[in-house]
Design a protein around this ligand. Sequence first.
Ligand SMILES: [Zn+2]
Length: 123
Amino acid sequence: MNSVSFPQNLLTPIKNFFHLEEKKLTQRKRELEEQDPFNDTKRVADNASIDTDAAEQFGHATVEGLKKELDRKPIQIRKALTMIRIGKYGTCEKCGKMIDTDRLMIFPEATVCVECEKKKERK
Ligand SMILES: [Zn+2]
């Protein structure tokens, strides 16, 4: 038996949580795309005042940031689901060490440990 494997009885609730999250993220993304002022077909560029333009730029930037997050997270979730499937959930994909359970409580989709995450951020 591998001593670093994640408790099996916890995997099912985690899996269910991920599937729910995926659904929510897809829904949220669709909502955001509808909110993006740049997607507004009624918008007439030439008539827009500077103020409106700035507000739209800001709105667009916010939406873009959120969209990036909404693009990244499902990938992360799918990765974590793969880790569950291959029985590696809870271990760091970089160094193979057990990921801190406190970290997994906050970021259940984490596939790297704190140390490797820090190394990644320093890049
Ligand atoms: Zn690691």
